[in-house]
Every structure is written in C-alpha cells, then in structure tokens.
Design a protein around this ligand. Structure first.
Ligand code: 4NP
Length: 155
C-alpha cells in the first residue's frame, strides 16, 4: 500500500496543485501517492491556474493534467498526511475532523520548515505575477524537508 499525501488549499487551482506536483517529483511513485483538493467548490473539475502551470513547467514539472476537487471528510481515512497551505484552510479542514487521529493528520505545510510558527503560504490568486514564483520556491523548499522525512520514515 502506498503512503498517501493530500495537499489542500482554498481553490485547488494555485497552491495545492503546485505542492502536489513538487512533492510527487521528489518521491518514488511506487511508494507514495500525492493528491490535492480544495476547501472551496468553485473550481471542481478545472485544470490548475495557467500561472501555476507555467511556473511548474519552468521548473520541469507538469501539473496541467490535474483536476480540481473538493476536500471531503472521507479524505481523513483515505490519506496518511494532509498538508494545508494556510490557517484558514486549517480551520476549514479541522472542523470536519471527527477523531483525534483525523486531526493529527492535518498540518500547516510551512510548520515543517518553521515549526509551530503557523506561517501561511500566501494565496497568489489575486496577487502580483511574481507571487507564483515566490509560492513555488516556498513549496519547493518545504517539500524537500517533507520528502526527506517521509523517505526516512517509510523505508
Ligand atoms: P488557491 O487560490 O487556494 O491557491 O487555489 C485560489 C484560487 C481561486 C480562488 C481562491 C483562491 N477563488 O476564489 O476562486
């Protein structure tokens, strides 16, 4: 059984598709599955934002095949690790958790880099064009830490 990781943001078109593609590129596919979902419903079935597709492509990662989907309470049992991009995502996801085990699976992704600081990955959707570059670099850095940790834990 592969170890399953879910990346969660609001729209599932900017940050979490990038996080999915970046982490997947750092892990062997036969052992790890990485997916993403959104707490909002606007972009169900949509491909990622073209600005996320472009910054990923520039870094030799393809995310254009991904389709937006809504986070569901069934995801707590379906996934081993659930990484959320910001504090609002954290509240939205934790509200749906029914057990302590479900709650323990949910982590703010940047806490892997800056433990307990509860720093957000900023939402680049309405921001400046270089927001996507900034978000890509943050996610690349934290996904290195996560990949190292997962590889050590699940040998
Ligand atoms: P994401 O960004 O949560 O990183 O995918 C957003 C994309 C779309 C919207 C909000 C955030 N929206 O309101 O449509």
């Amino acid at each position: 059984m592969p170890v399953k990781i879910l990346m969660v943001c609001l729209g599932n078109i900017c940050r979490s598709p990038l996080a999915e593609g970046i982490l997947a590129s750092k892990l062997p596919k036969h052992k790890f599955t990485v997916d993403s979902a959104g707490t909002g419903t606007w972009h169900i079935g949509h491909p990622p934002d073209e600005r996320s597709v472009a910054v990923a492509k520039k870094n030799k990662i393809s995310i254009s095949h991904q389709k937006g989907r809504h986070f569901s309470s069934t995801d707590f049992d379906a996934y081993d690790y659930i990484y959320v991009m910001d504090n609002a995502n954290y509240s939205d996801v934790i509200t749906l958790a029914k057990t302590d085990l479900h709650k323990e699976k949910v982590q703010l992704i940047l806490n892997e880099l800056f433990p307990k600081e509860n720093v957000d990955v900023p939402d680049p959707y309405f921001g400046l064009p270089n927001g996507f570059e900034i978000v890509y670099n943050m996610l690349d850095e934290v996904c290195d830490v996560i990949a190292r940790k997962l590889l050590a834990k699940h040998q």
